[in-house]
Design a protein around this ligand. Sequence first.
Ligand code: ADP
Ligand code: MG
Length: 564
Amino acid sequence: GSTVETLEFQAETRQLLRLVIHSIYSNKDIFLRELISNASDALDKLRLESLTDSGLQADTSDLHIALEVDRGARTLTIRDNGIGMSRDDIVELIGTIAKSGTAGLLDKLKEAKDAAAAQSLIGQFGVGFYSAFMVADKVTLRTRRAGTDQGTLWESDGQGTYDIQAVDGLPTGTSVTLHLKPADSEDALADYLSEWKIRQIVKQYSDFIRWPIRMATERTDADGGGEPETLNSMKALWARPRSEVTEAEYHEFYQQISHDWQEPAATIHMRAEGTFEYEALLFLPSQAPFDLFSRDTRRGVQLYVKRVFIMDDCDALMPNYLRFVKGVVDAHDLSLNISREILQHDRQIQGVRRRLVKKVIGAIKDMQTKDSETYAKVWEQFGRVLKEGLIEDTDNTDTLLELISAASTHDPEKTTTLREYVARMKDGQDAIYYLTGESRAMVENSPHMEAFAAKGYEVLILTDPVDEVWTDRIPAFDGHRLQSIAKGQVDLDEPADGDQEANADKAQHEQDFAALLPWLTTTLSEHVKEVRLSSRLTTSAACIVGDAHDMTPTLEKMYRAMGQ
Ligand code: ADP
Ligand code: MG
């Protein structure tokens, strides 16, 4: 049947399309990267499916991507002979935004300072396909799912609706035809029909794509017998020896997998030989993504098996607290249809993960000693996440504690490490003092601070919500107790036994208040357990102290927010 059906984009999709079309002016080039990456994904999927499903009977002998230019019609077509889509696939994948958090993305996009910021947001959310509408006023998609007979044609001007109809005679795979907008004069370079321009974009963004990206070019027309030319190098960077990869190549690769325009803060390239061989190429970004703390942030490590792409977001290879690490792990001896569940329980994968974790936090530790400026930036961006490791990862507690940078009363301009704190501890000081709270100002003005400030004791100021949790779990650093100054009895100057005058003072004091304290305790019994005299305060009259094992107010709030 060839009836044309007109369907509406989901409301959020429409909104997103409007933003993509109207608010992103610079660097429209990325549309090609997005469409090529979709084509490449489709080839990966077909290859994987044909290896694991012998019933599929797909032709995988010449998987490739073809770019076709029609100057007369002003169209650019991106064609692949990959997995293809069924009609329902299209409606689901292209007509709606299945990914959660889209509303959040829309808000962020409105706030984005400039086009580059907007772009990196779009990239992170993978609204890739829609980027076609930055350069095209009409997009035609023809596709047939491998293993099925019925092809589908989809067409839209990106305004609010799309047409969809069944068509016969399509090859397996997908072609996306862009009807390019008239070249506008301000943007003279953006001629996406020009061979030079296409070549340049492919080289810049898609060079590591492991499938050939072919195009009929002047060169091949002249002396190649009309055979199309392969535009990309297809080199899998991680499979090459470190000595043969340049810094620039690493960065380019990083940009490809992360959609981050900045250079990474660190690059880790390693190869393990022996019983379980793998290569890993990991990057520490220099900036945190906006969704680092959203419930469904994905982990940034992709798993390959002998250069066959297996999965994104490989949670078996990276713990949650290192979710910002981007990169690739290519393991040689895994089954191609390995599932996430099996990976989670695979001993060898667990071994790889342990090793990668050590490498990553080792790299940050190295940075701390060798390049403190970069370390400071990394800590500022990811410190809050790394501290989650103190809760999740008991194997690396010591190293993670060494990594901590915290604000301190010692120097308002600078952060300190625990080790530096310990080096400054006063004679006789037996604990590392800290106070948690919602903000620096709140902590600094807390009545708990008074006596410590007056006596010249340094106090760490911990204001990340996670600080409430890890300080509760970690008893000590390097043999020195971690002590909240808001919890339990912290008596800075119990008079020595021999100091008769001071002891007499104290006794007098206790006698003066002997009647008041029980009265206060009874009167306030709904709110406090006990009212006692304290030497903590210098100017405030009273403060509230938790029991040694109570939750702090901030932690209580956090648990409540999490619904526990
Ligand atoms: P993402 O690639 O991040 O999932 P896109 O908007 O680029 O987001 O693509 C949406 C989905 O549409 C893809 O996940 C894929 O399932 C499907 N798709 C897009 N292009 C192709 C293609 N060439 N072949 C098969 N499926 C495709
Ligand atoms: Mg995509």
